[in-house]
Design a protein around this ligand. Structure first.
Ligand code: GH3
Ligand code: MG
Ligand code: MG
Ligand code: MG
Length: 311
């Protein structure tokens, strides 16, 4: 309920004279009042109008107030609407039952107009405060989720950072070991990247790194993942992929980067990468072994003259 909207109040009573009395009382306070005379109508009206508050009679011929209240509370669409019982029943069991059904308050007939108004105002204010709290909580949850996502991502390139990559890779490695499935790691490093920085400056170097990471991210499958391992060095986790399939992917990636032209303020910049691939072996007990072999293969690729793949 927003501050500048007139609150809607649904009034339910089978006796027209009672209904009129309450309607006049609340109308005079500039509430949007909707009177109905039957329990079944109250349910339909509550779902259609979504009132901010309901004043509910107990004894009604078609459906009593307790039943109406329980049904409204059971429906997620209407469960949060506060219900004040207004009844001539004055026995304590009846009152307790009203609260047990989900009512927030109870007023006995004949009522004192000022008391009814005071209770209505209080419950509207409480409902408004609860809505504001729920909205703030949802906003907080969204912010926390965003923050958690940011903590996993390398701010420069948008791929996973090293620590989150390790977390995912460790998990995938455990699954692959448990079910004896293939798993490959590919590490790649931009060739002579220092020269890119020296020639074009760090900002353009950054732009090239982003383009390389994004190009690689587009080459891999949804089940694969990519992380930034260090400065201009990236790592791929390839579940259900053996060394040969990993080499094929790495070769496709190498070719895609070699074809890449990054358009910058200083013209198009081209780079190449070297890549090393390693597949999981039964003797591997930790993911680090696999990463080590991929790293050694990467250095072999560098020694072989760069812009190539070794596995
Ligand atoms: P190699 O082919 O042997 O890999 O040569 P290289 O020049 O790429 O390797 P080297 O390790 O000598 O240099 C890597 C360079 O990457 C040096 C470092 O300044 C640069 N670098 C690392 N991180 C970043 C970054 O975030 N942005 C930019 N612009 N440069 C980076
Ligand atoms: Mg009645
Ligand atoms: Mg390099
Ligand atoms: Mg390097």
């Amino acid at each position: 309920m927003s501050n500048n909207r007139v609150p809607t109040i649904l009034i339910v009573d089978d006796i027209p004279a009672n209904l009129l009395l309450l309607t006049q009382l609340l109308d005079g306070q500039s509430y949007d009042v909707r009177p109905v005379t039957q329990g079944a109508m109250a349910l339909a009206a509550a779902r259609a109008i979504r009132p901010d508050l309901i004043l509910l009679d107990i004894r009604m011929p078609d459906k009593d107030g307790y039943t109406v209240c329980r049904e409204l509370k059971a429906d997620p669409e209407t469960s949060s609407i506060p219900i004040i019982f207004v009844s001539a029943l004055d026995d304590i069991d009846g009152k307790v039952r009203a609260f047990e059904c989900g009512g927030v308050d109870y007023v006995t007939k004949p009522f004192q107009p000022a008391e009814v108004l005071a209770r209505v105002r209080t419950h509207l204010a409480l409902a408004q405060a609860r809505t504001a709290l729920e909205m703030a909580n949802r906003e907080l949850q969204r912010a926390l989720a965003r923050e958690a996502e940011l903590a996993r991502i390398d701010w420069l390139t948008g791929v996973y950072n090293r620590s989150h990559f390790y977390e995912l890779a460790t998990h995938e490695f455990a699954i692959a070991t448990r079910y004896d499935q293939a798993l490959a790691i590919c590490m790649f490093d931009v060739d002579h990247f220092k020269q890119v920085n020296d020639r074009y400056g760090h900002l353009i170097g950054d732009q090239v790194l982003r383009a390389v990471a994004q190009t690689a991210a587009r080459q891999i499958r949804a089940a694969d993942c990519i992380g930034r391992f260090g400065g201009e060095e990236f790592i791929l986790l390839l579940p259900n992929t053996d060394t040969l399939a990993g080499l094929m992917l790495a070769e496709r990636l190498r070719a895609a980067i070699a074809d890449l032209r990054v358009s910058t303020e200083q013209g198009e910049v081209a780079v190449t990468i070297s890549a090393g691939v390693a597949g999981r072996q039964p003797a591997d007990t930790v993911i680090e072994r696999l990463i080590d072999r991929a790293d050694q293969a990467l250095y072999a690729a560098k020694r072989q003259g760069r812009n190539c793949v070794v596995g």
